[in-house]
Design a protein around this ligand. Structure first.
Ligand SMILES: NC(=O)c1ccc[n+]([C@@H]2O[C@H](COP(=O)([O-])OP(=O)(O)OC[C@H]3O[C@@H](n4cnc5c(N)ncnc54)[C@H](O)[C@@H]3O)[C@@H](O)[C@H]2O)c1
Ligand SMILES: O=C(O)C1=N[C@H](C(=O)O)CCC1
Length: 233
């Protein structure tokens, strides 16, 4: 498979190692300011920056190249990308987190939220910790976790910070050098605390998931999620 890497930073370079070890060829490595011919690639993997993700994704869809995006912090344009993909009969996957472990954690989080939804003595709160170079907060993964709780409880929104409220899930975003990504959800009452936590030890899990998604999307048309790729029920 000929792969275009849209963004050749920490993730782009990690993906290159995994993709080549699985027999794929990197034909484009795009960074800021580079102009490229995306049609040279069978599939594109975008791990760039929040302000460039939509342009990268729409260029792929316009040129009929399937595209995987892991860039976070651009979701105000997600619906536009979905509509463009449907109109052009393209193929597109966005995931806030491509690791298999986090995608299992997303399902566990929804199940726990369902079980806790009627237990009003518990306050929900969340924390995400990432390296200091991260541009967005809260992390895309934290937003997906919060959405999973909102779907299954009476919470209506999430809010950055630590303030406990009836309607909002507080998300504390911490930045500590070299942390690849740690997410915790707490349900705390006066008598006890339930905690679920995912800790990434490095970026390999994110990169492997993105390459698996790229392999999976070839020959398909539509807008998909990692749940489709991993066949999680
Ligand atoms: N979904 C996931 O599993 C997952 C995992 C890790 C990181 N991320 C996200 O992926 C993104 C990249 O993370 P990173 O750690 O590799 O960041 P990084 O800063 O190391 O790399 C981003 C790269 O994008 C380049 N870039 C800037 N403008 C561009 C453009 N117009 N086109 C292409 N590339 C451009 C930058 O020059 C840089 O090399 C972030 O949004 C991060 O939150 C997602
Ligand atoms: O390093 C990052 O940046 C990460 N971003 C994703 C997010 O925002 O959730 C996934 C974890 C690593």
């Amino acid at each position: 498979m000929k792969i275009a890497l849209l963004g050749y930073g920490r993730m782009g370079q990690e993906i290159e190692k995994i993709a080549t070890s699985r027999g794929h060829e990197i034909v484009i490595r795009k960074d800021a300011g580079d102009s490229i011919d995306i049609t040279k690639a069978d599939v594109a993997i975008d791990f760039s920056i929040p302000t460039s993700a939509f342009e990268n994704i729409s260029n792929c869809i316009e040129k009929n190249v399937p595209v995987i995006s892991g860039t976070t912090g651009w979701l105000e344009k997600y619906t536009e990308a979905v509509n463009l993909c449907k109109e052009k009969k393209g193929a597109f996957i966005y995931a806030s987190n491509f690791s298999v472990g986090v995608n299992i954690f997303f399902e566990l989080n929804k199940q726990l939220a369902k079980m806790m939804s009627n237990l009003k003595d518990y306050n929900i709160s969340m924390e995400e910790i990432h390296h200091t170079k991260k541009l967005d907060a809260p992390s895309g993964t934290a937003i997906t976790l919060a959405e999973g709780i909102i779907e299954n409880t009476s919470k209506e929104n999430w809010k950055l910070g630590t303030e406990i409220s009836e309607t909002n899930i507080p998300i504390e975003a911490k930045r500590i050098p070299d942390v690849p990504g740690t997410h915790t959800v707490w349900y705390s009452s006066e008598v006890d605390t339930i905690e679920i936590k995912h800790t990434a030890h490095n970026r390999k899990g994110f990169a492997l998931g993105a390459v698996i998604a790229a392999e999976w999307i070839i020959g398909k048309t539509g807008v998909f999620t990692m749940k489709d790729v991993l066949n999680i029920s």
